[in-house]
Design a protein around this ligand. Structure first.
Ligand code: SIN
Length: 543
């Protein structure tokens, strides 16, 4: 086993990880580990865009107000103001780096502003319906060619390495990474460690997320002792394509922003009774669709944009148009069958306004983190924005921090404690079963509509599956499936426990037993603290 040393170790190559890395590379050596190819990220799939108050009729204050309203009383106003205020500068930086956003036809020097639910103005800077891809490509190219950045692709982070710091408190000093090509586990030591691993949509049976969204960073941070917050707030996107051949394809909210209407099988407007209609916030729209499907027994509802000019649709939504056409659906002529699906984790590792977790030396940026920006329901297109702003702030904080941290005195080679027990599993299929079981009961019992009884059933099932997974983990050789299912189980546990603590309904957490919002008792974050951080698996054993 080899060990590698750097100033900053980054896990994840989406917008958060790469933009942090490019900034940190101005003052130090950066190592990035990516479990697949560097471009295989959730960012790459993001369609809608980046919210920034840059339109002529817009103001920062309006963006702040919309974000606070969407967050249903739980946003941290300091975080909201920081992220919103720094947004326009982040867009300019991306443009300077070479990202091509869609520009206005009448003012080709200014980005065209898209509209999405919950925004009182047109505010979404976008690259047609492929914004994430446009950003990912530029950032990845720059990172891969940067002399101070080394990217280790196909390297799956297993657990953080923690050690007592100068003051005796535990500190993150690196991570164990499984080389998925050679099967070796290597140690990556660094003065600061940054989790930018994205979200955990794969906890649920139906999701818009790619296969890699297995909550790895959140689970690792939690196991190592960092606090987690607001994990009950899982955002279900109202409009995931309903098609047997493409179960995770998103139909961007921008389709509704440009006039798409949600309708029942009979063509009746689903959002007809809401003052904001089809552009209400996501929590409201997703619940309305769920209620309609339960009432009628229909497997989906429909998103109809056929009233718009076909040329406009093809030009504004080329990715959605082409993908649907390849499945035999012409969206300029037919309504799109859609269902809600798990989309975004609003909670995560609790961080301050400099992206620092409660574990010294450990930062979390992007979906893995809970900054307080999203509160109980994220406003559309605030996530790429948050990742950019918080990565920038993390880089500034890390620059100061590493000046006072000595080079890790770790050995040239290190030994991963858990690996000593490894032997090949005789029935790997059991891992697949555990994975399917968790995703199904999370969908059935901890989805859009919850109840105390359902949460208890989910917890009882999870307890059994978790015990099996831990046994596998301790007795058999690690591989990506086992590591990911272990992480999924850890995240599911945090979601269930947080949902049980919140005995009210607010934003994305809706309980049949506690249908009202209760500001007196629950206008606060749900913070979970790990009483027993797993020191055994996180301490580097010197060989
Ligand atoms: C979308 O395009 O609807 C997704 C944007 C987001 O999740 O913010």
């Amino acid at each position: 086993m080899a060990s590698f040393h750097s100033d900053c170790l980054v896990m994840g190559t989406g917008i958060a990880g790469l933009s942090f890395a490019l900034k940190a590379a101005r003052f130090g050596q950066v190592h990035i580990i990516a479990k697949n190819l560097a471009c295989d990220t959730n960012t790459n799939l993001a369609q809608g865009g980046i919210a920034a108050a840059m339109g002529e009729d817009d103001r920062l204050e309006l963006h702040v107000e919309d974000t606070l309203k969407s967050g249903c009383g739980l946003c941290h106003e300091d975080a909201v103001r920081i992220v919103v205020d720094e947004g326009p500068r982040m867009i300019e930086e991306l443009e300077e780096m070479g990202v091509s956003f869609t520009m206005r036809q009448d003012r080709p020097d200014r980005p065209e502003m898209g509209r999405e639910g919950g925004h009182s103005r047109r505010r979404i800077v976008h690259a047609k319906d492929m914004t994430g891809q446009a950003v990912q490509k530029v950032l990845a190219e720059k990172a891969l060619e940067h002399p101070s950045i080394r990217v280790y692709e196909f390297c799956l982070a297993l657990d953080l390495i923690t050690e007592p710091g100068k003051d005796g408190a535990m500190r993150a000093v690196g991570a164990w990474g499984l080389d998925r090509v050679t099967g070796e586990v290597n140690a990556f030591f660094a003065k600061t460690v940054v989790l930018a691993t994205g979200g955990s949509g794969k906890v649920y049976l139906y999701t818009t997320n790619p296969d890699g969204a297995t909550g790895d960073g959140l689970a690792m941070g939690w196991r190592a002792g960092a606090e987690a917050a607001n994990m009950e707030f899982v955002q279900f996107h109202p409009t995931c394509l309903f098609h047997p051949k493409r179960t995770n394809f998103l139909i961007s909210e921008a389709v509704r922003g440009e006039g798409g209407k949600l309708v029942s099988r009979e063509g009746l407007s689903i959002m007809r009774n809401h003052p904001d209609g089809d552009l209400a916030c996501r929590d409201v729209v997703a619940l309305a669709i769920d209620a309609e499907m339960k009432r009628t027994g229909a497997p989906c509802v429909f998103l109809d944009i056929t009233s718009k000019d076909p040329e406009f649709i093809r030009n504004r939504f080329p990715k959605i148009y082409d993908t649907c056409l390849s499945l035999g659906l012409d969206i300029t002529r037919e309504p799109i069958p859609v269902v809600p699906a798990a989309h975004y984790q609003c909670g995560g590792l609790l961080v301050d306004t400099w992206s620092r977790t409660s574990l010294p030396g450990l930062y979390a940026v992007g979906e893995v983190a809970c900054t307080g920006l999203h509160g109980a329901n994220r406003l559309a297109s605030n996530s790429l924005l948050e990742a950019l702003v918080m990565a920038d702030r993390a880089a500034r904080a890390a620059r100061e921090e590493i000046a006072g941290v000595p080079e890790h005195a770790g050995p040239e080679s290190a030994h991963w404690p858990a690996a000593t027990l490894g032997r090949a599993p005789s029935e790997a299929v059991l891992i697949t079963h555990s994975w399917e079981e968790i995703r199904r009961f999370m969908w059935n019992y901890v989805g859009l509509v919850r109840s105390d009884h359902r949460l208890r059933m989910a917890q009882a099932r999870l307890r059994l599956v978790k015990a099996e997974i831990e046994e596998f983990f301790r007795n058999f050789e690690v591989d990506a499936d086992l590591v990911e299912v272990r992480n999924i189980a850890a995240v599911a546990d945090l979601i269930i426990r947080s949902a049980m603590e919140r005995r009210e309904s607010r934003g994305l957490h809706y309980s049949l037993d506690w249908p009202d919002r209760d500001d007196e008792h629950f206008r606060k974050d749900t913070v979970l603290v790990n009483p027993l951080p797993s020191v055994l698996l996180s301490q580097a054993e010197r060989s």
